[in-house]
Design a protein around this ligand. Structure first.
Ligand code: SF4
Ligand code: F3S
Ligand code: FES
Length: 249
């Protein structure tokens, strides 16, 4: 099949291209099972070496190739052309500064990520037998879903609250906070809840659900945000989630 691509281009280093514009490309002999990322490679390698985009693993793991494809945030490496159609429009994800073509500046996104303390805090002495801090499968299950996040930013850049106010920490940062907040080995719940309850924290979420639809890992993002809101209201994550409630069948 033949596919027509329409790609948002921008190059601040070239005066003639320093305003965003659309460029079209035609690709022949495309297989329905080709992935959008492979086709972007074909354009770059066969037609236009200046086309710029991020990618690394090509396997849905690294989170580096989130793009807006036909108006929806997707990972280009996971999307088959048969699921898109013969006309493909590709733009950078929204709400972050564009550096060049499809590449955005992820720094504001990672600043929000760092803000929520995305690491385990526990200053208590390790058990005397030198073993790791043990955790039951039931206790592990309450934050299992949020461990699947690959920080691709598809959720945050699909969120109208984030578009309206880029200071909002956004769903990705909250999912990362959820992962540690509900970990019973963590001891920073008070500090973490205070950060999440700040003006730019979870209360900017208006339960729009775009984040959940955008997530390529099928994380129940809005649900995680709701659980964080409940923990803030209670003043503690304890008892907010029943063990195993996140199991998917
Ligand atoms: Fe990407 Fe999903 Fe993580 Fe958001 S929650 S950053 S969409 S993997
Ligand atoms: Fe935004 Fe998701 Fe909340 S789209 S408003 S973070 S439910
Ligand atoms: Fe790594 Fe797509 S290239 S997730």
């Amino acid at each position: 099949m033949d596919i027509r691509f329409r790609i948002r281009r921008y190059n601040p280093e070239d005066e003639a291209k320093a305003r965003p514009y659309w460029q079209e490309y035609e690709l022949k002999e495309v297989q329905p099972t080709d992935r959008v990322l492979e086709l972007l490679h074909r354009i770059k390698w066969e037609q236009d070496g200046t086309l710029t985009f991020r990618r690394s693993c090509s396997a849905g793991i690294c989170g580096s190739d989130a793009m807006r494809i036909n108006g929806v945030n997707r990972l280009a490496c996971k999307l088959l052309i048969r699921d898109v159609g013969s006309s493909v429009q590709v733009e950078p994800i929204l709400g972050l500064p564009v550096l060049k073509d499809l590449v955005v500046d992820m720094e504001p996104f990672f600043a929000h990520y760092r803000r929520v303390m995305p690491y385990l805090v526990n200053e208590e002495a390790v058990p005397e037998d030198g073993r790791e801090r043990l955790q039951t499968p039931a206790a592990r299950s309450v934050y299992d879903d949020s461990t699947n996040c690959i920080l691709c930013a598809a959720c945050t850049t699909a969120c109208p609250s984030f578009w309206a106010n880029g200071e909002y920490y956004g769903p990705a940062a909250i999912v990362q906070a959820h992962r540690f907040l509900f970990d019973d080995r963590d001891r920073a719940e008070e500090e973490r809840l205070a950060v999440l309850g700040e003006g730019d924290g979870v209360w900017r979420c208006r339960t729009v659900f775009n984040c959940t639809s955008a997530c390529p890992r099928n994380i129940e993002v809005t649900r995680a945000i709701g659980e964080v809101k409940m923990a803030i209201r209670k003043g503690s994550p304890e008892g907010v989630i029943r063990p195993f409630s996140h199991e998917k069948h």
